[in-house]
Design a protein around this ligand. Structure first.
Ligand SMILES: [Zn+2]
Length: 461
């Protein structure tokens, strides 16, 4: 396939040729068989001024991408696929569709499934399910007192974590000693460690007297995050290990991670939502870490726009409406869906001039690929995987939960502006197109959305 005259994130216009799973060439102008014939006087049917036209020429599919933005697919290093254990919330199949429709070409699953991914058997069972994914995937391994590091760390893990250092929320919290041992074992094997940093001893118990949606934010204090990041980073420093801090929600926490030379990620909800939105969101706005004050949100946004933050990851954590509406904010489960809306929200923000397209590319693709050592992903260059997203940067639309493909069926970004893909490609195969790929000839322009065959692969294999 030849993508003609696409605009890259840095503004350069390039032709991109795809051969099999790879990008074969990126250049100002790439010749095609049809053009050669034309020049030699054998063709002559193509009128002047139509040199970028799509179609099939010389046996090659040509896509006219004039005026369109071509980006490397998003690598979302933090999603909860929910399977095994909670298939009514999400499955690898529904997750893959939601990811593809949002321009995400790689997802990385967290270990808090049922059973949790804490030993070799659980890892292998999850891998069998993950093969139903439309997009490529990574699988993280979890740390609990029950884990089996000898088995688990021999598997092709994406990373260890998210490790919950001394978190009281039950699920997968661990003490300092086990955390240190886990960091040491992973580091010895060259496996990255990601950390969920909230110190439950610093939660504000007084907030328990309230039951309005904002009580959750008052309870899980900003200080609890900042101190937990500091503690985790101190362990990393002592062991000479690099940590990646998951879903940082405070400017102070982002700065601490940076001071220690650690990388960090920010979620779209901490970037675009604040406690001021909780009146409207109600229990749907409960997640960990919680939404912060508007002043903090703005400071987080600044650090995303100026490159201090390394990665945008969604912490896609789908629950059904019924689950989210269960009782007060103290009863509802934590987490919001986000894999399908992250890149569209960022592209809409870029169109408004709030950050550059290059920054969007770096945060969603180039940086996650380098932080987590995925040498074949995250860049539009020869020899890289053809994981690509084509968008019309001027074609914004309103985000609506009912249009999304997650089983959740709702979004905290209802009514927000989003720029969605014209198509998404994973290793050279179009896995999603909402209305037919330009130049795909006969069946392409049917108007209905189309998903490819599930062909996701473990990015560590
Ligand atoms: Zn987390």
């Amino acid at each position: 396939m030849l993508i003609r005259n696409a605009t890259l994130a840095d503004g350069r216009r390039r032709d991109v040729r795809i051969e099999g799973e790879r990008i074969d060439a990126v250049a100002r102008r790439l010749s095609i068989a049809g053009d050669e014939a034309e020049r030699n006087g054998q063709g002559g049917t193509r009128p002047a001024g139509k040199e970028n036209e799509g179609g099939t020429r010389g046996g090659e599919t040509v896509v006219n991408a004039t005026g369109k933005l071509l980006l490397p697919g998003m690598i979302d290093v933090h999603v909860h696929a929910r399977e095994p254990g909670f298939p009514w919330k999400e499955t690898w199949e529904s997750l893959g569709k939601s990811a593809a429709a949002g321009g995400v070409t790689t997802v990385v699953d967290q270990p808090n499934t049922d059973p949790p991914t804490i030993n070799g058997e659980a890892f292998d069972a999850k891998t069998d399910l993950a093969e139903r994914s439309l997009v490529d995937y990574g699988i993280n391994g979890g740390v609990t007192t029950e884990w089996n590091p000898d088995e688990l760390l021999k598997r092709p893990l994406f990373a260890l974590g998210e490790a919950f250092l001394a978190d009281s929320t039950g699920e997968m919290g661990i003490d300092a000693e086990l955390f240190e041992r886990a960091v040491r074992e992973a580091n010895d094997r060259g496996i990255a460690v990601t950390v969920h940093a909230e110190d439950a001893s610093l939660f504000d118990e007084d907030a328990r007297d309230r039951d309005d949606p904002d009580a959750w934010s008052a309870f899980r204090t900003a200080e609890a995050e900042v101190e937990a990041i500091e503690r985790a980073c101190a362990v990393g420093d002592r062991l000479g290990a690099r940590l990646h801090i998951a879903h940082t929600s405070t400017p102070e926490g982002i700065d601490r991670a940076g001071e220690h030379g650690m990388t960090c990620e920010v979620t779209p909800h901490h970037l675009f939502l604040s406690r001021a939105d909780l009146d409207g969101l109600g229990t749907y706005g409960r997640m960990n870490p919680p939404l912060r004050r508007e002043t903090r949100r703005r400071a987080v946004f600044e650090r995303v726009a100026d490159g201090t933050v390394d990665v945008i990851a969604t912490d896609h954590a789908p629950h059904t409406r019924a689950e989210k509406e269960e009782g007060s904010v103290w009863d509802a489960p934590s987490g919001v869906p986000g894999v399908e809306t992250a890149l569209p929200l960022l592209l809409a923000a870029a169109r408004r001039g709030e950050l550059s397209y290059e920054r969007v590319r770096d945060l969603t693709a180039t940086n996650p690929a380098s932080v987590f050592d995925l040498p074949r992903k995250g860049r539009i260059e020869a020899e890289k995987h053809a994981d690509l997203v084509l968008v019309d940067p001027d074609a914004g639309s309103e985000i609506r939960g009912q249009d999304l493909h997650s089983k959740a069926g709702w979004t905290p970004f209802e009514g927000f502006d989003g720029v969605f893909p014209e198509w998404t490609m994973v290793r050279g195969r179009v896995v999603y197109e909402p209305a037919g790929i330009d130049g795909d000839g006969s069946e392409g322009d049917s108007g209905g959305e189309r998903f490819g065959e599930a062909s996701g692969e473990n990015v560590r294999q």
